[in-house]
Design a protein around this ligand. Structure first.
Ligand code: CAA
Length: 259
């Protein structure tokens, strides 16, 4: 049993499920909640029996953003010195794939948290938006960076500068932010299904694939391609490569052992 206050954790086979659970505040991401998310992610990342993680919220809200009441009296010097929200970036250090299963509101920091994950599935009534401008601020955890890559410049400008123009689930899918839209009550099962499939593969290859796709946003194409080839070549040093290719040749299913 976990001792968390604002999240719930469970495992389903090789999949870990992390559920944001601060219903009174629509899962607003207060500091303590994010500390717990980071802790749970780190533990599951270190757990050899886990191959992939699903992050979800409630049916009404994935997360309604950073906690406005908690931060409203912050001043510049303190936010700067203590690097306010800096620890949110830790989720990017998780090596295992994270699927965000988004029902309801994913606003501000909630949208940014979903975009920090590797795959986003949405329930039919999901809403994605960056309303920070309405509070006299701007997004602070990727809304001006990751959103552009996901939906393009014009749409990102509308959302970030206008503070409205929220994306519905189907719009988010058509733009590529979301890869699957399902009825709300099937969302978690669908995300767990995909996570289970990923978790059945060889972890080294899965983690390299994730690392390289994320690297494609960071480095020039030629460098990314070189990294890819080097990792591809490295995988010939694994037992799982022998197993995967051997199983194909013998017309049977592979049984990966993460070696
Ligand atoms: N922070 C703190 N509390 C929040 C919150 C937030 N981001 N979002 C909702 N809540 C609280 C409300 O204050 C309310 O609490 P009380 O019952 O104690 O009054 C409770 O959650 C329920 O919310 P509402 O009554 O407002 O619910 P609603 O269904 O009428 O509206 C909503 C839902 C449209 C999502 C509305 O709550 C809302 O606009 N929330 C704020 C969204 C927002 O501006 N997010 C950006 C935050 S800034 C940020 O995230 C910075 C960053 O980039 C990291």
């Amino acid at each position: 049993a976990s001792t968390y206050q604002h999240i719930l954790t469970e495992t389903r086979g090789k999949v870990a499920l992390v559920t944001l659970n601060r219903p009174k505040a629509l899962n607003a991401l207060c500091n303590d909640l994010f500390v717990e998310v980071n802790d749970a992610m780190k533990n599951f990342d270190d757990d050899e029996n886990i191959g992939a993680i699903v992050l979800t919220g409630s049916e009404k809200a994935f997360a309604a953003g950073a906690d406005i009441k908690e931060m409203k009296d912050n001043n510049f010097v303190d936010t700067y010195k203590k690097d306010f929200l800096g620890h949110w970036a830790k989720i990017s250090d998780v090596k295992k794939p994270i699927i965000a299963a988004v029902n309801g509101y994913a606003l501000g920091g909630g949208c940014e948290l979903a975009m920090s994950c590797d795959i986003i599935y949405a329930g039919e009534k999901a809403v994605f938006g960056q309303p920070e401008i309405n509070l006299g601020i701007i997004p602070g955890a990727g809304g001006t960076q990751r959103l552009v890559r996901a939906v393009g410049k014009s749409r990102a400008m509308e959302m970030v500068l206008g503070g409205g123009a929220n994306l519905t689930a189907t719009e988010a899918q058509s733009l590529g932010l979301v890869s699957k839209v399902v009825p709300a009550d099937q969302l978690i099962d669908e995300a767990v299904k995909t996570a289970s499939k990923i978790a059945s593969k060889s972890q080294a290859s899965v983690q390299m694939g994730k690392e390289l796709i994320n690297k494609s946003f960071e480095v020039p194409l030629s460098a990314g391609l070189r990294w890819e080839r080097a990792y591809f070549q490295a995988l010939f040093g694994t037992a799982d490569q022998k197993e995967g290719m051997g199983a194909f040749a013998e017309k049977r299913k592979p049984n990966f052992t993460n070696n």
